[in-house]
Structure formats: C-alpha cells, structure tokens
Design a protein around this ligand. Structure first.
Ligand code: ATP
Ligand code: MG
Length: 369
C-alpha cells in the first residue's frame, strides 16, 4: 500500500514495456527530456528453447534474456509493464444494469459470469464503465469486462521479477495497441481495424472515431502459416518459417507468371499455403466486422492498421487491401517521435513487431500525466 502511494506521489519516470510473445520478446523504453518523449531503448529478442524445456525453464530463460539485454544497453529503469492475450484473457463490451461502484464490486462476479467462458474463480475480473445508456426504458451502462486468468498474470509477474524489474501493470495486448494508436493518431477518424498478427495469436480491434467497439483474439497467426507451408512442402515448422520470410505471397498475375518462368516451386507453394491461411483469417475477421455492424454501426471499416511480426510477410498489405477493399497501413510505432536517430535506425521489418511493447511503455506515461 505504501509503495503504491509513493508511486502515485513520485511517479516512476522510465517504464520498460515488455511484450513477451511465443516467438519473440519485444522491449521498449521511453524517457522524457525537456517535456519531449525520447526513445531510450528498444529490443527484439527471438526466442528459441530446447525441445524438452519445461514452462518454468522457459520463463527463467526469458527473464534472463531480458535482464541481459537491459544490462547490455545500460537501461537502469526499475519498473516494467507487460501484457497478456490469447486464451489468457477475455475482453467483452457489454451492457450491464446501472449500478453504483459498491454494488458493482459486490455483484460483478454474477453479472460477468454469462459473458466469461472461464471459471470465475480462476480469473481476475475488472470492469470499466464507459457510459450510461437506456435500453427498453431501463437504465443501463456500457462497460468493458476484462477477465484475466490468474495463472497467466502470475507467470508474467514472475518473469518480470526474475528479470530484476518491478511490475507496474499487466495490460492486455489490444489495449496497449489502443494506447499507441492514441499517440499516432491524436484526432481519430473513421473506423479502423487493428490487426496485430503474431505467431500464435492475432489481436483484432475495431475502433470507431477513437472508441473501441470490438476486441477479439483469433488463433490464426504465424504458426498456422508455418504449419500449412510445412504440410505442403513436407518441411519442419522451422524450415517453413524461414521459407515464409524469404518468399511471401504472389498477388499479381505478373508475380505469379514470373514465379512460373523462374521454376520457383517453393515460392509458388509458400504463396498457395499462405493464401489459404489468410483466407481463413479473412473469414474470421469478416465475422468480427459483421458483429460490429450488427451492433448498429453506420460505417464499416475504412482502414486497416497492420502490426506484429507477420506484417512483414511479403505482399500481405496488398493482399488484405484487395480482400477488404480498404487501405492497409503498416504500423510504425515510433512515427510520432519525429527524426530521433535511435528510432529511425531500427530495421524497418522490426518496427511493426514493437507496437505492443511501445503501447505498454506509453500506457504508464499516460496514466501519470
Ligand atoms: N520478415 C518476415 N516475413 C514473414 N513473417 C515474419 C517476418 N518476420 C517475422 N515473421 C513472423 O512473425 C511471427 C512472429 O511475430 P511476433 O514477434 O509479433 O510474435 P509474438 O508476439 O512472439 O507471438 P504471439 O504474441 O502470437 O505469441 C512469426 O511467425 C514470424 O515467422
Ligand atoms: Mg505478440
């Protein structure tokens, strides 16, 4: 309690945003100099474990990687923010009966139960009230329910502590992306679909005029591409992963013809397998857009913001833009910083994967402003 109070009175300045994924760990730290935000550090650490590593060994290895990275870069920040996604957390935008704070705290478990597919005992439940509404003459409130699995939160806390950091918050990947978007686009316009395509999970959000309407995680991401490519080419997932990175999608007729004339069998197979997976992803995303539209929305998605490691798949923007018939933009999480050399020298293909970590680092700054 006292520690919390001290943090409130003397907010810690530098917070490290740490996005621990199944494929890589991403690290971002900002610092404020003369009221201006500066990128202090960034890191992209690919993960590779021994085949027989236990979950505990994996967590310790990740903590050690983080610790080594921060030491090497001379980052002395003490505080960290991490996040969860996938099946570790459920986010639901719901209508609840109008209740006061105390009543809500007492009855949250009961109100939330129908919306949460986990045992209520295993989750930390949080409810943010967005606004009051009237439905069929009854006073209600729009709220967002967040149910985070206690075990997943504890795992993240353990990794941060083992890395010598003090955890400040365990956020949700999609919320971190939203925080970043507020920075990138201070005056939000239209309806934006965010797709953060990682290795196991794709985080989807639909944000209309700056207000989030849908948040959902889809289990079609990089690993599904590796599996499909591996199956078609009879290759191990690791070999498939390398092929995926070097080949990408063949979208135009010219590209397809060129691959045929070059006898690029692997290129043709990778594109075929990847296109199949993208079609499945497209179906799932379309479902979320339909759900959003069924909630009385007037305008459909006008733009897609693409992030995560898979944003680098060759031609993915072109493919999605043609399928959804809207412009697709790849997220540069540091575009709001201007021409800072540290940010501008990050390899272009690393940028979209740093989006969640950047949002995590910003979220704490926002909370203390
Ligand atoms: N240049 C590239 N071309 C194609 N795919 C790429 C490229 N670089 C990375 N990827 C893919 O992006 C995925 C990893 O993305 P990311 O680092 O965002 O995942 P993660 O956050 O660790 O995963 P998750 O959050 O889903 O557990 C992998 O499937 C990887 O093969
Ligand atoms: Mg991720």
């Amino acid at each position: 309690m006292i520690a919390d109070l001290i943090k409130k009175i003397f907010p810690p300045k530098d917070v490290v945003g740490i996005d621990i994924g199944s494929y890589s760990v991403k690290i971002v730290c900002f610092t404020e100099e003369k009221k201006e935000l500066k990128l202090k550090d960034w890191g992209y650490i690919p993960l590779a474990f021994k085949a027989d590593a236990t979950p505990e060994e994996k967590r310790l290895a990740i903590a050690s990687e983080i610790k080594t990275h921060l030491k090497k870069k001379g980052v002395s920040a003490k505080y960290a923010a991490a996040s969860i996604s996938g099946n570790a957390v459920i986010v639901r935008y719901v209508k609840l009966p109008k209740l006061g704070k105390k009543e809500l705290a007492l009855t949250l478990g009961v109100e939330a139960e129908p919306f949460i597919p986990f045992d209520i005992k295993d989750v930390n439940l949080t409810c943010y009230v967005l606004n009051d509404v009237t439905e069929e003459g009854q006073p209600k409130m729009d709220a967002v329910l967040v149910a985070a699995k206690k075990e997943a939160v504890a795992d993240k806390l353990e990794m941060l502590s083992a890395a010598g950091l003090e955890p400040l918050v365990i956020d949700v990947d999609s919320f971190a992306l939203e925080t970043l978007y507020e920075r990138l686009q201070p005056k939000p316009e239209g309806t934006v679909l965010f797709l953060n395509i990682g290795h196991k999970v794709t985080n989807l959000s639909i944000v209309s005029q700056g207000v989030t309407r849908v948040v959902r995680d889809i289990f079609i991401a990089g690993a599904a591409f590796d599996k499909a490519i591996g199956k078609l080419l009879k290759a191990e997932p690791m070999a498939a992963d390398i092929l995926k990175k070097s080949k990408g999608l063949l979208v135009t007729d010219e590209e397809k013809q060129a691959a045929v004339s070059d006898y690029d069998k692997e290129g043709i197979a990778v594109s075929k397998a990847a296109t199949g997976v993208l079609r499945d992803l497209y179906t799932e995303v379309s479902r979320s857009i339909d759900f959003y539209l069924s909630q009385g929305a007037e305008n459909s998605v006008s733009r897609i913001m693409l992030s995560g490691g898979m944003a680098n798949l060759g031609n993915i923007s072109k493919f999605l833009s043609a399928e959804f018939k809207v412009p697709v933009e790849t997220v540069d999480p540091f575009s709001f910083l201007g021409e800072q050399p540290l940010a501008r020298n990050i390899p272009r293909e690393t940028l979209p994967a740093l989006s969640v970590a950047a949002g995590l680092a910003l979220r704490k700054m926002k909370d203390w402003e």
